[in-house]
Ligand binder design. Sequence first.
Ligand code: C5P
Length: 222
Amino acid sequence: KNGLQVAIDGPASAGKSTVAKLVAKQFHYVYCDTGAMYRAITLQAISQGVSLDDVEAISKIVHASKITFAPDDDGQKVFIDGKEITEAIRQEDVTNSVSAVAAMGEVRKQLSAEQQEIAKDGGIVMDGRDIGTSVLPDAEVKIFLIASVAERAQRRYKENIQKGINTPLDELQLEIEARDYKDSHRRISPLTKAKDAVEIDTTSLSIDQVVSKIANVINKTL
Ligand code: C5P
């Protein structure tokens, strides 16, 4: 193996992808954003006019679509069937529908298998909801990132303002809570902290502080 498997899980907007990218860079590991894969399938369903409760049609989409990543200065570009969707998968309609798609067994089965393939040689930082519990149960490093919902809404709000999106703060907080509820209460591999995960509360930490805490865990394991 060329390096460890690092699993980073946690609720929505806890800063997983921001720190995961930086940790990957520091250790020259590959970064994989598994949420982007669930978002890609959701976007594909929406753009094909498929109803989000049509399990059969969405199962077909997940088997027919090829999701790929390309490294990029600030993380990675995401493609579905060769079409770039990096920005499109961050749209509000995708964000607010993705949990329904992510609850489907066929979708999870297929995407988990792809994630395991991506991670099999190690040297990977993978972020999501079920990486430490289900996708990579033997990952050498497991991190569970949390932050207060108020702080997470605030962070999402600031990000949105930079992108020109003006959703009110209280609405963002409700959306985050709704998504966490659905992700934590689904039947198949719900969001939970793995028994052997190191929990880091990022509420009052800077990005650099979180990255260095994770780097310490990795260095102790190496
Ligand atoms: O991480 P991100 O917020 O982009 O994830 C979007 C959604 O994808 C989550 O709310 C969840 O429903 C789903 N997801 C999942 N399992 C993962 C990663 C994401 O169910 N490993």
